[in-house]
Ligand binder design. Structure first.
Ligand SMILES: [Fe+2]
Length: 315
């Protein structure tokens, strides 16, 4: 098979110290729904048809466990596995039938060049019914990974997995595997680790409702609500969840036409001053968000054995 490619980011898997508290947050506040449970693992769906957008796994320390990418069929999974073996990256297993609790399907796991695990799968169970609530996420949108070697990470995603470069701004490299402007982004920051994860709301009204629910529950908006003036042009609102991870609600991600994108040069984006919000609303990022995106907040919480509970809104 020529040029096998992944076609979507399915979701993220997180190790968490307090499984019950994490499930409660993602159910009651973030708007996901538990779909299956297997021992110390809980799988949560968004309102779309993907089996799960978030897996939570009981562990001694909270950390990014892995993330999941979709391939179109078993032949593509096999071809990507063969390509990974030849690429020289660490391949963790051979394609096999995956656990039913996590949606089954056919897939294999490997690591990025700096050691973050990911699974590539096809034929995963999908939900026949979509849930009708636009204030809840409809799908996982994007994962942003910190790395000290962005060129090597870009090559892994583009040369091996078929991602295309959407934009670079000197701080983040934005990669797409579907019309969404970015599904994976590479942050030039000390790593490896999770910079932030984003869940998509179906529209702006739904995003505002979701933000209101989180804020009223004691989880303030750490940056936003804004619209990126830079790559992606999506609406964003950043929170910090109980394990110290940075979690984003997003909507209206720019949709790329493969025939005409990129519409701007890398030099253009590098020449534009960092202007975080085209509306002029979202200016300062909170200190807590800085700590979350750098990984130091989760590390501190692991060391103290505490969670980040509800707190008073700052605005
Ligand atoms: Fe984002």
């Amino acid at each position: 098979m020529a040029n096998p490619q992944v076609t979507a980011v399915r979701g993220i898997e997180l190790n968490v110290r307090d499984l019950a508290a994490s499930v409660a947050f993602y159910t009651n506040i973030w708007g996901l729904s538990e779909i299956s449970r297997d021992g110390g693992s809980v799988y949560m769906r968004a309102t779309g048809d993907e089996h799960h957008s978030l897996g939570l796994h009981q562990a001694a320390s909270s950390d990014l466990r892995s993330f999941n990418l979709a391939a179109p069929d078993k032949a593509s999974v096999d071809a990507l596995h063969a390509a990974a073996l030849g690429f020289g990256t660490k391949v963790l297993d051979a394609p096999h039938q995956l656990d039913a609790a996590s949606g089954g399907g056919y897939g294999f796991s490997l690591t990025t060049p700096d050691g973050v695990s990911l699974t590539i799968s096809s034929d995963v169970a999908r939900h026949a019914e979509r849930l009708d609530d636009k204030t809840k996420p409809n799908k996982f949108s994007h994962i942003v990974l910190r790395t000290q070697d962005p060129d090597r990470m870009d090559a892994f995603f583009m040369d091996l997995l078929g991602f295309r470069l959407s934009d670079k701004n000197g701080h983040i490299d934005f990669l797409r595997c579907s019309p969404d402007h970015h599904s994976v982004a590479i942050a030039h920051a000390p790593g490896p680790g999770l910079h932030h994860m984003a869940f998509e709301l179906p529209d702006l009204d739904g995003l505002m409702g979701a933000c209101g629910r989180a804020k009223m529950a004691g989880y303030p908006i750490e940056w936003g609500i804004g619209r990126h003036a830079g790559p992606g042009e999506n609406v964003f609102s950043m929170f910090v969840e109980p394990n110290g991870f940075a979690a984003e609600y997003t909507t209206e991600m720019f949709q790329c036409d493969e025939a005409t994108y990129p519409k701007r040069s890398i030099e253009y984006w590098k020449s534009v001053p960092i202007q975080p919000c085209s509306w002029g609303l979202a200016t300062q990022r909170s200190e807590m968000l800085h700590k979350a995106r750098s990984g130091t907040l989760t590390k501190d919480l692991n060391e103290s054995g505490t969670n980040l509970g509800p707190r008073a809104a700052a605005n």
